[in-house]
Each structure stands twice: as C-alpha cells, then as structure tokens.
Design a protein around this ligand. Sequence first.
Ligand code: COA
Length: 415
Amino acid sequence: MSKALDGVRILDFTHVQSGPTCTQLLAWFGADVVKVERAGAGDITREQLRDIPDVDSLYFTMLNHNKRSVTIDTKNPEGKQVLEALIQKCDVLVENFAPGALDRMGFTWERIQELNPRMIVASVKGFGPGPYEDCKVYENVAQCAGGAASTTGFDDGPPVVTGAQIGDSGTGLHLALGIVTALYQRTHTGRGQRVLAAMQDGVLNLCRVKLRDQQRLERTGVMKEYPQYPNGEFGEAVPRAGNASGGGQPGWILKCKGWETDPNAYIYFITQAPVWAKICNVIGKEEWATDPDYATPAARLPHLKDIFAEIERWTMTKTKFEAMQILNKYDIPCGPILSMKEIAEEPSLRKTGTIVEVDHPTRGKYLTVGNPIKLSDSPTEVTRSPLLGEHTDEVMAELGYSPEQISALRTAGAI
Ligand code: COA
C-alpha cells in the first residue's frame, strides 16, 4: 500500500528529541528520511541513558525509527560537498542545532536556496526572535519559559515540570505540521520556505487556556473553578491549579482502594453537570441532587472541596478499574491513573499499534510508542532505528558516487 508522503525526501539534520520526533513522524507517513550524523559519534543520544553497554540507547532507538543513517563531517570541505549533493536531492532539511550552527557550517538560507530553491528548511529553536533567541534550550527550559511550569503544581508548592515532553516532542509535532503545510504550498508556488517552531511558542500554544485564564483573572479578579476559590487569594498571575480540570467541568484526582501502597491507585473524576444526579446516586448522596446548595453548577463551586472529599469516600471503596466500570455505566467522565507498567502491558494499545515491539540487531526486542496518528490509507509500519552510518554507502551511491569515490571520501574523513 502507498504511503501519504511517498516520494518526499528529508535531509534529517536533527538530534536529541525535538527534531527527531518530527522526522520520525514524517518517516512513519512514508517520507524517505536520511539522518545525517557526525562521523564517529552520531546523535549524542545514542550513548545517553544507556541500559546496555555499547548498544544504542532506548532514548535514541525510540526517536529514530524508519530512518536511514549516513555519517558526514559537514565541516570537512569534501563532506560539505556531500551535504550539498543531499540538499540538491532532498525536499526538506530539518534541523535543531543551537542558533547559528547551520550558518556557521556555511549553510545559510541563501546558500541553501542557491543549491535548491524548492528546499524547505525547517528548524526547531528554543526561542523565536527576541531577547533569548541565541540561547540553547532543552525540554524543561521550554516548559518554564512557555508558561507550563508556572501553572503546574499546587498553590503551596514551587512550579513543577510535567512528564509529558511538551517542549521537545510537542515542538517536533508543531514542526511536522509546518513542514507538510509548506510542502502543500510548494505544490502551488514551486518554492521552498523556512519553517520555524520555537519551543517556547510550542509550549505556550499548549498552554493556551492559561492565557485565557490570565485575562479572565485580570477582568474579574477571581476564577471560580480554581481551588483557590473560595478560600484562597488570587494574585496577579494565573496560579497553579493542582489537579483541577482547567475547563468548565470541575474535576480532581481521587484515591481508590489500595492507594496506601500503590502510588497509582487513583482516578480522575469529573463532576460533569449533566450527570450530577447520577453522581449523587452512585455515591449515596441522593439529597444533593435537589439541595439548592448542590443542585446547580454555580451553587456547587464554593463546595467543590467537600464534594470531592465525599466522592473520594466512595472511590476509596473501589479499585480504579472497578470505579471506572461503575461510573462508565452512568456516563460519568473519569479516567484511571495508569502507570507506565500498566500502559506497556495494555493489550488494546498493542492491537492498535500505539505500543509496538521492535527487534534491533544489537539490543534485541524492546517496546516503543508507535504512530499515534492513524491514517486509513497510509498505515504505519514501525521499523528499527539505523545503526550509526549504516546507510552511508547506500545513500552515497544514490547520490551518484562510485565505490572508489566513496572509499576516497572515507579515507579523507569526510564521511
Ligand atoms: N559534522 C560536523 N559538525 C557537526 C555535525 C556534523 N555532521 N553535526 C553537527 N555538527 C556541529 C554543529 O555544526 C555545531 O558546531 P558549532 O557549535 O561549531 O557551530 C556542533 O556540532 C553542535 O551543535 P549544537 O546544536 O550546539 O549542539 P549542543 O549539544 O551543544 O546543543 C542543544 C544541544 C539541543 C542545546 C542545541 O542544539 C539547541 O539549543 N537546539 C535547539 C533547540 C532544541 O532543539 N532543543 C531541544 C533538544 S531536544
């Protein structure tokens, strides 16, 4: 079966997490992704957080599926020529080097345009133009600068970063959308263009509702669905909301049976207004359905803490899965707090290809997250990440280099 991005060639000049997330998605959609790595070393993540000596780390393998790897010293004049040949052949160059690194290598936008006017040059940077544009940035820096950390955690504690890699993987996703959009525009204009996804912008985009709340706070001085209401005080900026839902339907994380020993025996419970009467029935507080202090969403807001405490008395008598089963019968929105172990073992995620087992020549079998985006006409088949430079000869031959030229370039240290 054909793939959505069949025929699209990507020069993947990415490393670590943000860029590789983007190019892995494009590879899953069918693009031919050629990862250019530093000769002898490769993407630094190959050796980071290793669990098996001298074997590509899970950090690397889980972000670089379905790609080919070539090693080129792009600071060597002959290596530069190889990169130029690749630029001429590819549709998209994706990079996430520190600001200015590509220019320092001699590959400015102007130079790339000269080599290939159809080339789309896509970059992840920490920040867009402004005071921090020259800074190097990693995940948690972006979470902090993009508004996620100041709005995550509990009011009486410090800012907290989240386990979801919204700075790196989140920005990789944004970049992938920019790339396919630019490819589409190129079908009309014939021209390439630059695509920039700044990590601060990507995180902020995911924190959109908090900028909404900032303006609500400035207008009214209070936000009734926040745990700070009615007892706490609001300051000038959006406070940390603990586990509050962030939407118009109040929610909280509640203990379930076994919480004393199992750190994940919890459920997320949403007191959605249309099912309020059912919630009252399930927890045995039928009178709340008609009590004017509890019957309407507005009346409930000052009592949310007590309401959740009462619901928790009920959830603590059930495991999170038992509670799910009962609540789902009544269409009460809720979700178990699943551990990574539970997710890894979940059969339905294996069935859909969201969790995939992959075989690797030096590592053996391991689990990875497959393509979370399912296209009915472009199915994803996850294949292992490449070994360092595994495809150098193959790609060089495709660029027109003879075996003798390849061997000379290797001797010169260019590849
Ligand atoms: N051959 C020769 N040199 C190469 C090369 C190759 N194949 N590939 C990369 N290099 C060089 C670059 O030209 C650069 O050299 P320079 O500093 O002399 O210009 C150098 O390797 C390292 O690049 P850099 O990006 O600075 O790596 P770093 O490890 O110091 O920094 C980051 C890592 C992630 C902090 C930085 O790349 C960054 O801020 N990127 C943008 C934001 C981002 O994506 N962050 C999230 C990462 S998950």
